[in-house]
Design a protein around this ligand. Sequence first.
Ligand code: UDP
Length: 451
Amino acid sequence: MDKSNGLRVILFPLPLQGCISPMLQLANILHSRGFSITVVHTRFNAPKASSHPLFTFLEIPDGLSETQIKDDPTSNVLSLVEQININAESPFRDCLQKLLVQESERVSCLIDDCGWLFTQSVAESLNLPRLVLSTFKATFLNAYPIFPRILTKGYFSLSDWEAEDSVLEFPPLLKRDHSWLFREDGEKLNQFFDTVVKNTMRSSGLLFMSCEELEKDSLTLAKETFMVPVFAIGPFHSYFSASSSSLFRQDDTCIHWLDNQDDKSVIYVSLGSVVNITKTEFLEIAWGLSNSKQCFLWVLRPGLVLGAEWNELFSEGLLRSLEEKGKIVKWSPQEEVLAHRAVGGFLTHNGWNSTLESICEGVPMICLPGGSDQMLNARFVSDVWRVGIHLEGKIERKEIEKAVRMLMVESEGKKIRERMNVMKDEVGRSVKNGGSSLRSIETLVNHILSL
Ligand code: UDP
């Protein structure tokens, strides 16, 4: 670490894997620049403090009951976010108030997730500057002010040819992506978007895990939309691994299994930490993988399949056929997997972390987004950057087999891989000396010092 600069930053992640990892990576980035770090977190999905001995961790109550936690509240993310926003406000205020009085070092700012709706007001009432971390691609956050307008358009029951059109207000999204974008109550969503936009505009800055090489125009637009300083400090895992902030136990046996496979011969399959699929979809994926005759490593997260515990849905025959070519684990060390020489493709739900991790390792993708920002990320991967194949929501064995074979063995896959290698190099340059992301970190550090 650089010499301590005598300043402390308070971080407050949303309790979801895809939000906790970036926040702790950011903590490491700031700590390496001399800041002391306090992480305030909810009891639910609390990060493992022992994996981060350099930071101070403070837990606040979140009001979730044992039954709610046992039933996995992440199966409805919006409702979870809504509830903890109500429950955590007062404990967070008390905690912050105490911290500001007790800390021997000056607290320079609060940095928290854009999904916390009360933190801007709390920070203002305590005269503490707040910076916002977006765990979305900038293009997605930029669309928050226009979502209410798009939602009223109702692109829900469209004929096939209409569904192919772009959403005029929000390219490259197609109308057919729209019915999956948000499957929640429109009025609730509008309020949510409105609050996030207004809060971000009152903040002291906006941080993205992104870089100019990926979305220069969107970053420029973010500055105009939110009218605050914007910092695109790169794919965070390029500086510090997310592994130590994993909420699930990683099964490292998959790395030894990969060691025994040929170069670029394995398709890695993971749908992240919150997406759910039906039993039918699950079996279609299983048969598609088996019929593709390609090697695969599949993360079958307990709870992924609605109504099932884990792998009890496999018949003996299917399991035997899968085990001939594949390995199934409950949770993997994903960054290590994607960096492994044996991995040649990634069937992904296109969460922003997973998408970035895949780009940074030059692994082309098969896109199976489950909703929200994943719909947009997938469109960028398949239609704009052309570094992946979109399944277009068809979770059918034939489609999966076709996409896997196309990516892993056919000439089209070779072209996609070549484009991905170019993209990997461009994004990689942004985190090297003189690169846009590193420059942005320096600007961010100076900005925090000036607050
Ligand atoms: N991840 C992992 N092991 C797995 C699956 C996922 O470590 O088996 C990590 C992955 O590297 C990423 C995060 O979990 O950093 C998932 O975040 P993302 O934004 O991709 O999706 P979300 O889970 O939020 O939908």
